[in-house]
Ligand binder design. Structure first.
Ligand code: SF4
Ligand code: SF4
Length: 325
């Protein structure tokens, strides 16, 4: 099955999502500016999709939901998006990271530029790579244990309904608009590191990616190599952004696999490398995979909207009070 078209298709989808998220960010900016200026006539509503950038609020909302049986009305979209992304990872590996996440898109752009300029990408020594990869799991453990185990349910509900959480999206916007000092220096270092090293933020620091990687271990779809058809050219291993030695695998079980299809797209031996269900008989084509990624993601948000768990219940008067402080 020729899968060369998958990479242009995936990159197009990545950029559509990136542009859409920039559009949501711009709408939030205009909303905040108007509220702060008291210019409320004809004000366009705050875009609820920006809650995709609030995974901590989403996680707190999930615990609150488990305890109280209802999804909080403060940031319901954060809960819906978090659960949707986890569901996508359950079925389709960490495809969110390589098809939808804007950080993944920019990171991929950088290491590909780095490859063009430096004519190679580098990988830290194996021991260092392992140590660094542990950071994102420690961060994940910290967040999961703090929110799911340490924080009492009443404290979680209190935080979810707090003024701080109500404008968590605005705080995030202000943070990025006013970047300076140490946070700015860290971002610059990460950008520079992303030129020679493939996806250092996603690989070493992102606790969201760590969570999705663990969930994706049970995903039924996995890159599968047919030894009889493989000509051992090593191209799949070379192009893998997650540094997985694909050529040495029969089936890629790694939690680092981001489901990007680069290995499958670059393989020139017919039938050697495919995305297959368990049993190795049924292969999924790139177009079906792409439709599933986009369809499941949008489907999750549509279900959130239909069931009334999307739009925040925070009234405009509350935004006026909170942003006027
Ligand atoms: S790119 Fe294809 S043929 Fe080459 S090593 Fe990988 S699976 Fe085998
Ligand atoms: S194994 Fe293939 S699909 Fe997984 S990250 Fe590597 S190149 Fe992408």
């Amino acid at each position: 099955m020729n899968s060369r078209y998958v990479q242009p298709l995936r990159i197009a989808i990545q950029w559509i999502f990136l542009l859409f998220m920039l559009y949501l960010g711009a709408r939030l900016y205009l909303f905040v500016q108007a509220v702060r200026a008291g210019d409320l006539a004809g004000l366009a509503p705050r875009p609820d999709g920006v809650e995709g950038f609030l995974p901590i609020s989403g996680l707190l909302g999930v615990k609150d939901w488990l305890v109280n049986g209802t999804i909080n009305p403060v940031h319901p979209a954060a809960v819906v998006i978090l659960l949707t992304v986890v569901a996508v990872s359950l079925l389709l590996k960490r495809s969110f990271c390589s098809w939808i996440c804007p950080v993944g898109t920019l990171s991929e752009l950088l290491w590909k530029r780095g490859f063009v300029v430096l004519r190679r990408n580098v990988r830290p020594p194996l021991w260092l790579d392992r140590v660094l990869r542990g950071i994102k799991y420690l961060l994940l453990l910290f967040f999961l244990s703090s929110i799911l185990w340490v924080m009492p349910p009443a404290a979680v509900s209190g935080f979810v309904n707090s003024d701080y959480n109500k404008i968590a999206d605005v705080r995030l916007l202000d943070f990025f608009l006013g970047l300076s000092g140490v946070p700015l220096a860290i971002i610059i270092v990460l950008v520079i590191l992303s030129l020679p090293v493939r996806n250092p933020f996603c690989r070493y620091l992102c606790p969201y990616g760590a969570l999705l990687g663990l969930v994706a271990l049970v995903s039924p779809l996995k890159v599968t190599r047919e030894r009889a058809a493989c000509v051992s050219c090593g191209l799949c291993t070379q192009v893998c952004p997650a540094y997985i030695p694909v050529m040495a695998k029969e089936r890629v079980h790694s939690e680092e696999c981001i489901g990007c299809w680069r290995c499958v797209s670059h393989c020139r031996a017919a039938g050697a490398l495919e995305m297959k269900l368990p049993g190795r008989k049924i292969a999924v084509s790139g177009i079906v995979f792409a439709m599933l990624v986009v369809g499941l993601f949008w489907g999750g948000t549509v279900i959130g909207k239909i069931t009334g768990h999307w739009r925040t219940a925070i009234p405009l008067s509350e935004y006026v009070r909170l942003l006027g402080d």
